[in-house]
Design a protein around this ligand. Structure first.
Ligand code: GRF
Length: 189
């Protein structure tokens, strides 16, 4: 690849895929989405990707086990020519072996201001703690859950009448802005 070629990005999803859609909408000279892959063949985002003409890969680990599943995923990513993997609502933990194979080339979006609130229920936890702001972070994926280097964050003020759903909706809008912007910088570096 010459330095002027767009980076090839595979996006991994498990559900609706709104961040994947934002990443696809922002394709350009910095990166192209070469594959949308899901561990859930019924993921709504996969159907959207197909209608957009994006290449897709769907495989459930159920019945074949994690090792065979990740081997098949890895083969699909390599066949697509992926340079980078962007996790976008991918709800499965990647094994240490898989992370090592793609070290430094997997990023994730997480709905909190990392390092606060790794894991689940981030918005409810931020509200319960009385935080002035929630938000989202894009980070490098390592073996530690939500623990890799933070590449960018967007803050969203928490309102007195917020619940987890209202806060999540405003944070999601920021995710859609933050993720493509950070990914473009990351693949350029
Ligand atoms: C987003 O809130 C993301 O931060 C989190 O899972 C959610 C996925 O939403 N990791 P979508 O599938 O991108 O719409």
């Amino acid at each position: 690849m010459s330095s002027s070629d767009p980076a090839k990005v595979a996006v991994l999803i498990s559900g609706r895929g709104s961040n994947m859609q934002a990443l696809a909408a922002a394709q350009g000279p910095e990166y192209q989405v070469v594959l949308v892959a899901s561990d859930r063949p019924d993921a709504a985002g996969l159907a959207w990707a197909r209608t957009e003409g994006l290449a897709t890969f769907a495989l459930s680990p159920r019945g074949i086990g994690k090792i065979a599943y990740e081997d098949a995923l890895d083969a699909a990513l390599r066949a697509a020519g992926a340079d980078y993997i962007a996790l976008a609502g991918y709800m499965r933990l990647l094994s240490d072996t898989f992370v090592a194979r793609w070290r430094g080339r997997i990023v994730n979006i997480h709905p909190s201001l990392l390092p606060r609130y790794k894991g689940l229920d981030t918005h409810a936890r931020a509200i319960a703690a009385g935080d002035a702001a929630g938000g989202c972070s894009v980070h490098v994926v390592t073996e530690e859950l939500d623990g890799g280097e933070v590449l960018g964050r967007a803050e969203v003020p928490i309102r007195a009448d917020d619940d987890a759903d209202t806060l999540a909706a405003r944070v999601l809008a920021e995710e859609h802005r933050l993720y493509p912007a950070v990914l473009k910088e990351f693949v350029r570096a």
